[in-house]
Design a binder for this molecule. Sequence first.
Ligand code: ZN
Length: 158
Amino acid sequence: MTVTTMETLIVKSENKFKSLVTKQTYKKGDAICDMPSENISDKPNRFTVQIARDRHTHVGKLAALNHSCDPNVMLDTHRMMVIARRDIEKGEELSFFYPSTEWEMNAPFICLCGSSSCIHVVAGARFLPLSTLENHFLNKHIREMMIELLNNTQNHIS
Ligand SMILES: [Zn+2]
């Protein structure tokens, strides 16, 4: 495993659109960098990542990470690390699956990633069917809230 610093990641800006690009290659499973945790809040915004039920943290440079339905990195909010989900080439844009950390997003949007598994509306895990979520790495707080939602739904049916 190679743990690298933020220096290998570049934030690219085109008009108002930002992206995060890597200057080096990674193997699947590599730790890319630590997730910085600055200014924890109990509400999400466009620059935060959800790390627990009521905790949303500003992640510095990592706020430039875009969503993909077929992402190349995972954000592990338990270890507070960014991990390569597959082999990554030098110059590739890094992206992660937002619902893997976000339960209910403050600024939902339409995804145009073009992946065959595209979820189209990116609004948080609570709006996705289980059959979609189970194809993705999910953090513990998302799994817990998903189980809670399912249990409440079953109570309503019975
Ligand atoms: Zn998509």
